[in-house]
Design a protein around this ligand. Structure first.
Ligand SMILES: Nc1ncnc2c1ncn2[C@@H]1O[C@H](COP(=O)(O)OP(=O)(O)O)[C@@H](O)[C@H]1O
Ligand SMILES: Nc1ccn([C@H]2C[C@H](O)[C@@H](COP(=O)(O)OP(=O)(O)O)O2)c(=O)n1
Length: 226
């Protein structure tokens, strides 16, 4: 039997990682893992349990307590913490504002990386894993590595549309740029493109075009290794 296919999709917020990863996984018959949702879930748990998310020692001390369980169906991605379905609440502005601080704490990262490698190892046909450090740190031997980019203005416009215009594009862009800087500047496993990743700028592409390009890149890679 062929080895499982591992596709790593990294990049900053709003570049299309989730939409692309789900569609690529569905097209190729692979599992799907949203690692950003896992960092959001543990952040939700910290906020819900009154942990000061700006105190790295308090976050580190409690990082091992939350039990995060991620579904890997690209058509119905779900996530729970301690048995509570948090698929919706992890998208709140409060969680979004706190997630970079929580995900910078090494104890949080080591626990999440353990979950992520276990999910990849148990995906029979293979998996599409999206995040910030999948190609560099979590799954450096991935079959194909893609790094999605887009201009800050395009990303902010996409996010603002998602929020039905309740937050202005300017405020969204400012928050997004701040999170990019925190995610790229942290010591442990920052947001970065792997040396052997292929960059796809999605600013001027439709989602279908991005998906087709990524599927073609995966098929190209498979043709060389199989
Ligand atoms: N190529 C694209 N063109 C236009 N809109 C897109 C494109 N890719 C994604 N989107 C939209 O942009 C928003 C952010 O996409 P998402 O996949 O959540 O990005 P990420 O996971 O990188 O944060 C979503 O509302 C999505 O529908
Ligand atoms: N592999 C990952 C994935 C996400 N993170 C952190 C950093 C990100 O700002 C948050 C949230 O990620 P998520 O992919 O949900 O963010 P967006 O939906 O793209 O805005 O989690 C990380 O540190 N490492």
């Amino acid at each position: 039997m062929d080895n499982p296919v591992i596709v790593a999709i990294d990049g900053p917020s709003g570049t299309g990682k989730s939409s692309t990863s789900k569609a690529v996984a569905a097209k190729l018959g692979l599992s799907y893992l949203d690692t950003g949702a896992q960092y959001r879930a543990i952040t939700w748990w910290m906020l819900n349990n009154g942990i000061d998310v700006n105190d790295p020692a308090a976050v580190a001390d409690t990082a091992g307590k939350a039990v995060v369980v991620s579904g890997t169906d690209p058509l119905d991605p779900q996530i729970s913490v301690d048995g509570v379905d948090v698929t919706m609440p992890i998208r709140s502005q409060e969680v979004t504002a706190a997630v970079s601080a929580v995900s910078a704490v090494p104890e949080v990262r080591s626990r999440m990386v353990e979950y992520q490698r276990a999910a990849a190892a148990s995906a029979a046909a293979g998996i599409v894993v999206e995040g910030r450090d999948i190609g560099t740190t979590v799954l450096p031997d991935a079959t194909a590595k893609i790094f999605l980019t887009a201009s800050a203005a395009v990303r902010a416009a996409r996010r603002s549309t998602e929020l039905n215009g309740t937050v202005s594009v300017a405020a969204t862009q400012e928050a997004l740029t701040r999170r990019d800087a925190a995610d790229s500047g942290r010591k442990t496993s920052p947001l970065a493109m792997a040396a052997d990743a292929v960059e796809v700028d999605t600013s001027e592409l439709t989602l279908d075009q991005v998906v087709d390009r990524v599927v073609a890149l995966v098929e190209q890679k498979l043709a060389t290794v199989r």
